[in-house]
Design a protein around this ligand. Structure first.
Ligand code: PMT
Length: 399
């Protein structure tokens, strides 16, 4: 346990030490503490660093690399994953300075456990309450499951090496679960791997990335802002809130239908006939985004097909009003796609059809993000809307 001066005004180091049964560190300039352990060892000899509760002040220091006390020096010296669980007044949380600091911390690969919304000690109401311990524990488990950091974010990188710097990319991933009753749901086989790989590649290219994910068992890629949802309607709402964005890549396998009548109690076996489920259509998130007044400049859909892949994907591109469609065969021996680490896709723009060789989902993501980079660099004119002149080619994409 490391306690700041402010923390010691609320809880004494003696009390914190008695609770955890460990020594508590408080002072960067205490010769005995530095000699015994030292801030560099504290920063390195751990699996994970958790800052809870994090004040606006500490987050500002961490975002700017200040290191004038033990806690901030440990944060600057560490090469381990860092989780920050903020707690502050709603106005402080919403202040543009804090918003900038949160964005910087996320971009640096730090995970923010979003604060809860509710009544505050100061009498105001809104987001800013320390997240519940269960939410912090879940974030800890996810961070530990993700293993050590592959490397520090590239602080030295020039904007040229972060070509999507300043762009907001919205990605959807995973399945949606449509509840039937409290214990059953309609689902599909999407694991989220392809969408998460795209979110990770976009973040590496410097974009601010919002990843709206259905229920999956994947860790959040570094630098990505993740919103977890369960149903198609929740995903539609999370996407609406995340706009505006410069680019949307909708990889999620959204359930087309949900049950019309959710049973609030577990459905029981009655008589011999099984119950019939009446289905009703879910909102089409991609089509809604494509006509929204906050339409991203580039809207990319994914099409999962079991036959006539290109033909069906082209029809979807038109029907849903997106700019590109990435088509993949699914559930076949040739390309199972769901849950696997590989994928074979065809990129369909309004003027081109380009079949990419089978590669890892990470490679597909990297190639797609490269195309997104060129789109923004070259401008829309090279990707215009001429449906009459569609070229078909096999791409030698490489990386
Ligand atoms: O998650 P993985 O295991 O890695 O598998 C990856 C994948 C196979 C799920 C992925 O590559 C893929 O194909 N995603 C799209 C799945 C899908 O739902 O396809 P679709 O043809 O039904 O939908 C077309 C597009 O409309 C998609 O962009 C989808 O997100 C969107 N959609 C669909 C229905 C709906 N109600 N709202 C939507 O926005």
């Amino acid at each position: 346990v490391v306690m700041t001066e402010a923390a010691q005004r609320f809880v004494t180091p003696l009390a914190a030490g008695a609770l955890v049964g460990e020594r508590v560190f408080t002072d960067l300039f205490d010769q005995a503490q530095e000699f015994d352990v030292g801030h560099i060892r504290l920063a390195r000899e751990c699996d994970l660093i958790i800052v809870a509760p994090a004040t606006a002040d500490l987050m500002a220091k961490a975002a700017h690399g200040l290191a004038n006390d033990l806690a901030s020096a440990v944060l600057l010296a560490t090469d381990k994953r860092v989780l920050i669980a903020p707690a502050m007044n709603v106005r402080m949380w919403q202040h543009p300075a804090t918003r900038r600091n949160v964005a910087t911390l996320k971009h640096d690969g730090i995970t923010i456990v979003e604060p809860d919304e509710g009544a505050m000690a100061c009498g105001e109401f809104g987001p800013g309450r320390l997240p519940e311990p269960a939410a912090v524990m879940q974030a800890i488990e996810q961070a530990l499951a993700a293993g050590p950091l592959a490397g520090q974010p590239d602080f030295e990188a020039e904007p040229a090496h972060r070509p999507l710097f300043g762009k907001h990319v919205l990605v959807t991933a995973g399945p949606t679960h449509e509840p039937i009753d409290p214990v059953r749901h309609i689902a599909n086989r999407s694991s989220g791997k392809q969408g998460f790989a795209i979110a990770a590649a976009a973040a590496r290219a410097g974009a601010r990335v919002t990843l709206v994910s259905g229920p999956v068992a994947l860790p959040t890629p570094p630098g990505v802002d993740r919103v977890d949802v369960e149903t198609a309607r929740e995903m539609a709402e999370a996407v609406r809130r995340a706009l505006p964005a410069d680019c949307a890549v909708m990889v999620a396998a959204v359930a087309d239908w949900r049950t019309e009548d959710y049973a609030p109690e577990k459905m029981k076996k009655r008589g011999s006939a099984p119950p019939a489920l009446r289905l009703t259509e879910n909102p089409d998130i991609l089509a809604t985004v494509a006509v929204s007044d906050k339409r991203p400049r580039l809207v990319v859909g994914f099409a999962a097909e079991t036959e006539k892949v290109v033909e069906h994907a082209q029809a979807k591109l038109k029907k849903k009003g997106c700019d590109w469609m990435v088509a993949n065969e699914v559930g076949t021996d040739h390309n199972p796609a769901f849950g696997t680490d590989h994928n074979q896709v065809t990129l369909i723009t309004r003027t081109n059809i380009e079949s990419w060789p089978t590669s890892t989902k990470a490679e597909v993501a990297k190639n797609l993000v490269n195309r997104i980079v060129s789109y923004f660099e070259e401008g829309q004119k090279t990707h215009d809307t001429d449906h009459s002149n569609t070229n078909t080619k096999q791409a030698a994409t490489g990386s």
